[in-house]
Design a protein around this ligand. Structure first.
Ligand code: F6P
Length: 319
């Protein structure tokens, strides 16, 4: 294994830079050459690849986004696109690739692995929707970004005695909503994994108002429905003035938390070790304090487990 390349793919996540840094520096530490591929699979198809040295990853551990840039490549999903990607791999004599991204990126990695390229996946997505690992890189930072917003919105919610819906990211996964809802003391958490009963949400609001509660925070995962529509229905049912904040891409940016930087550093180093040990088509993850690795197919098909106990706890504590 002489040449190891790294790419970031799909939605960016805070901590991806720390992971790139760990991959590049570990590769060089073990005596191999490090390469960076720009714009994910899109760049792999177009041969956007260059050698990286120790200083090319200096001053990025604390930065959000990804220095390598990222993309969602439709072309890579086609046989012809992957053939072109293979041309780059062969031309640059790349011996192994580290892919940092979410489930879509892992599916792409598996397709490339099937063509004979040694690949290791690192979970990088704010969604935390890969169940084989306790956390994905970027999730902790996104949760803290949302939490900061909740605290600010709570101030104005109390001042006006309004209800406030905060719509968060997560597509098919309610983890951002769940964690921020519990940590932020939200009155209701609406996630795709649990049955959504508007009457229950409204009942809680009215009950809280009747006993003198000034603020009401409802966290809505984007996958469930539209925040503005939901606010209208709440106003109609309860008569309580309801405002909506859609946090959007602010959740994807910002300096990574210490947790995400450490996670990214550990996973990046382990990914390189796995390639050097001759492992193929694996994904690194975290269980407890330990870095683990599973097959890419296990990582992709890890199911859709949802922490119901945590959801129920948030419900109980927000009475
Ligand atoms: O997968 C990460 C994510 O941020 C999701 O939470 C969100 O739904 C999606 O990406 C948004 O994608 P885009 O930036 O392409 O609009």
């Amino acid at each position: 294994m002489k040449k190891i390349a790294v790419l970031t793919s799909g939605g960016d996540a805070p901590g991806m830079n720390a992971a790139v840094r760990a991959v590049v520096r570990s590769t060089i530490y073990y005596g191999a050459k490090a390469y960076g591929i720009k714009q994910g699979y899109h760049g792999l198809i177009r041969g956007q690849i260059e050698e990286m040295d120790l200083s090319s990853v200096a001053d990025i551990i604390h930065r959000g986004g990804t220095k390598l840039q990222t993309a969602r490549s439709e072309e890579f999903m086609t046989v012809a696109g992957r053939k072109r990607a293979m041309y780059t791999v062969e031309m640059f004599e790349i011996d192994g690739i580290v892919v940092i991204g979410g489930d879509g990126s892992f599916k792409g990695a598996q397709k490339l692995a099937e063509l004979g390229v040694p690949i290791i996946g690192i979970p990088g997505t704010i969604d935390n929707d890969l169940r084989y690992t306790e956390s994905t890189i970027g999730f902790d930072t996104a949760v803290n970004t949302v939490l900061d917003a909740i605290s600010k919105i709570r101030d104005t919610s109390s001042s006006h005695g309004r209800a406030n819906i905060i719509q968060v990211m997560g597509r098919h996964c309610g983890d951002i909503a769940l964690h921020t809802g519990l940590a932020g003391g939200a009155e209701s958490i609406i996630v795709p994994e649990m049955y959504f009963d508007i009457k229950k949400v409204c009942g809680k609001l009215v009950q809280g108002k009747n006993r003198g509660k000034l603020h009401s925070i409802i966290i809505l995962a984007e996958g469930v429905g539209d925040g503005i529509e939901t606010a209208k229905r709440i106003e109609e049912i309860t008569g309580i003035e309801t405002r909506v904040t859609i946090l959007g891409h602010i959740q994807r940016g910002g300096s990574p938390t210490a947790y995400d930087r450490i996670l990214a550093s550990k996973m990046g180093a382990r990914a390189v070790q796995l390639l050097l040990e001759g492992k193929q088509a694996r994904a690194v993850g975290i269980k407890g304090l330990k870095v683990i690795d599973v097959s890419l197919s296990e990582a992709i098909n890890g199911g859709s487990w949802f922490n119901k106990e945590m959801y129920e706890l948030a419900d109980i504590l927000s009475l």
